[in-house]
Write a protein that binds this ligand. Structure first.
Ligand code: ADP
Length: 578
């Protein structure tokens, strides 16, 4: 066989530094506006950002940081964090964004596992740094993101960021690095056990930034102003700090105040057209807007992901506020973007209910990501919107192993098993029904906790709801709804249970409802179902008590027909697609 003819194109590496260099050169006057920890609104341009990122690179080199070494950040969304994204990675070091909402012991574990050389931190985290420093002996220095005059009294000796930058002139040329070298490091929030590090490359970050920019993806342009509510310490704020400079998009960084009023006011004053965040923050914003009786004047669209977007939220955004919701799915291990729900021409001609049903799903993969669902036997399942199985993905911004983790690759035949359970329909739209460990198995058949949660929160009196598996003597597990009522609203347990009638098959309907004041969330705003399951471990379902009285010896039965009411059921099927 003859060798393939190689093309004659330049082999220019894809580097993160090229994103900020491009923005500085071609969108030099476009603004980055930040709500600072100091309380004021800071404004400067991409040109300023690049210069200061270069000063940071020079400062870190002067401190002895070598390419390949990790520099941690404990910071909100702000311009200095943005400088770290480029200043650290630009000379070949790795920007390790740390989630400050984790427990201090977990953070110390992560800092030590990553072997961070220096850690940059916002003043909010000074007490945290004092708690961490004695546990992290390999960190050479802690750098406060402020000037000398703002340095708080701390036990830990710290350096002032602005003093370090002031000593450098910014006359620095970004070096040409190997595009496969590591650029950023993020640890998963640990909802699935110990935190695990996803180590991105320059190449994967730039390709992901292109993917995020596509019109049917987040779809950024130089006419947009984007406010990422999703934190820069969580999967690189879904790639927005990379995609915004690629497109010359104005960036509005909200700092630490993510309550509805603060977000709304910033969106209005800065002409924000696009935003992105998890459902929990939108709950706060929508509640504020309803109570204050205000509307958006510039916001056109918002990306909602990280957890399933409840259809009720999608409806409120679109019908009440005229804002397009882009439901998206992804994960730390995928940089994170995988799928987004946007309709093609033909789908947008369908009746309104059919259009909405599609938009409520997690959507179609972006070019670059490939996905499939597999059954327990590993065989691929059909894309019929009914069969559900384990979701596997692959692509150039999907990890092939975790950082410094023994035990080899998690891949199965070259695919990354996401741990999510999903259906894919004939339109190619993904629908996440659960995380594999959150799935409720009633009599051997799966019930989607997400679907039941969505129904619960569509009730006018319910603010938030979690659906968890509760032990049942006959069916092994049955669904229990744990719900938070809206302030001042009333609904009884019986009324909420009755609300499920006709919305799902009878045997999917929850067995019980418990009202609580608050639901536990993870550091990234997801429902902490593990904690809830612990909390309700001994909860006795009324149906369980009845079942034990009636049939104490009855064997566990996997026959779905035995479920009360029966009805159509999305059975896991081992069939392969045609
Ligand atoms: P972790 O919580 O594991 O640290 P990530 O923040 O990376 O990690 O979360 C990824 C997980 O979040 C996905 O595997 C999926 O379970 C869930 N997720 C993300 N987006 C959605 C969505 N739109 N709908 C339902 N689940 C989602």
């Amino acid at each position: 066989m003859t060798a393939p003819l190689l093309g004659h194109m330049m082999d220019v590496p894809l580097l993160v530094s090229s994103l900020i260099a491009h923005a500085a050169r071609h969108h030099g006057n476009t603004e980055i506006v930040s709500r600072r920890i100091e309380g004021d609104l800071h404004r400067y341009t991409y040109r300023d950002c690049e210069t200061r990122a270069k000063q940071l690179a020079q400062a870190l080199i002067a401190l002895g940081v070598e390419p390949g070494e990790r520099v941690g950040t404990l910071a909100w969304n702000g311009y200095r964090h943005m400088e770290a994204y480029f200043g650290v990675t630009g000379f070949g070091a790795v920007c390790h964004t740390i989630n400050p909402r984790l427990f201090p012991e977990q953070i110390a574990w992560i800092v030590n596992h990553a072997d961070d050389r220096y850690v940059l931190f916002d003043l909010t985290f000074a007490p945290l740094v004092d708690a961490l420093a004695p546990q992290c002996p390999n960190v050479r220095g802690w750098i406060a993101l402020c000037d000398e005059s703002c340095l708080p009294a701390m036990k830990t000796p710290v350096l002032a960021y602005e003093t370090l930058l002031a000593a450098q002139d910014g006359d620095y040329a970004w070096p040409l690095l190997d595009e496969r070298s590591a650029s950023n490091l993020c640890y998963t929030s640990g909802t699935t056990g110990n935190p695990k590090g996803a180590l991105y490359t320059h190449r994967s970050s730039v390709l992901h930034a292109y993917a995020a920019s596509l019109p049917d993806s987040i779809g950024l342009s130089a006419r947009d102003a984007i406010l990422p509510v999703v934190p820069m310490f969580h999967v690189n704020a879904w790639g927005i700090p990379h995609a915004a400079p690629l497109n010359g998009t104005k960036l509005v960084l909200p700092g630490k105040d993510l309550d509805g009023k603060s977000l709304y006011e910033l969106m209005e004053s800065e002409g924000v057209t696009c935003s992105a965040g998890v459902p929990t923050v939108w709950l706060g914003l929508l509640t504020y807007m309803r109570d204050a009786g205000v509307k958006f004047s510039t916001l056109q669209r918002t990306v909602i992901g990280g957890s399933a977007c409840p259809p009720a939220m999608l409806r409120t955004y679109e019908d009440t506020y005229g804002v397009q919701v882009i439901h998206a799915w992804g994960m730390t291990e995928m940089s994170p973007l995988g799928t987004l729900a946007k309709l093609n021409w033909e789908q947008s001609q369908r009746p309104p209910d059919a259009r909405r049903a599609l938009l409520e799903k997690q959507g179609r993969v972006i070019f670059g990501v490939d996905m499939k669902i597999v059954g327990d036997d590993g065989r691929e399942l059909p894309w019929d919107g009914v069969a559900f199985g384990d979701l596997h993905v692959r692509g150039p911004w999907v990890i092939d192993r975790y950082f410094r983790q023994a035990g080899g690759t998690p891949l199965i035949d070259g695919w990354f098993p996401t741990g999510d359970v999903a259906t894919i329909d004939a339109d190619g739209f993904l629908h996440i029904t659960d995380r594999s460990k959150d799935v409720i198995k009633s009599g051997g058949e799966w019930i989607s906790s997400i679907e039941l949660e969505n129904i619960a929160v569509s009730h006018p009196a319910i603010a938030e709801a979690a659906c968890i598996a509760c032990a049942h003597p006959r069916w092994t597990e049955r669904p229990l709804i744990v719900a938070v009522k809206k302030p001042g609203a009333e609904v009884t347990r019986e009324a909420l249970l009755a609300y499920f009638d006709g919305k799902v098959v009878k045997w999917w309907q929850p067995d019980d409802v418990v009202f609580v004041d608050e639901l536990p969330h993870t550091a990234t705003g997801k429902l902490q179902k593990l904690k809830l399951r612990d909390q309700f471990r001994d909860h006795v379902l009324p149906t369980a008590a009845a079942a034990s009285e009636q049939c104490p010896m009855e064997p566990l039965d996997a026959n779905i027909d035995a479920h009360a009411g029966g009805g159509a059921h999305p059975v896991k099927s081992a069939a392969t697609p045609d």
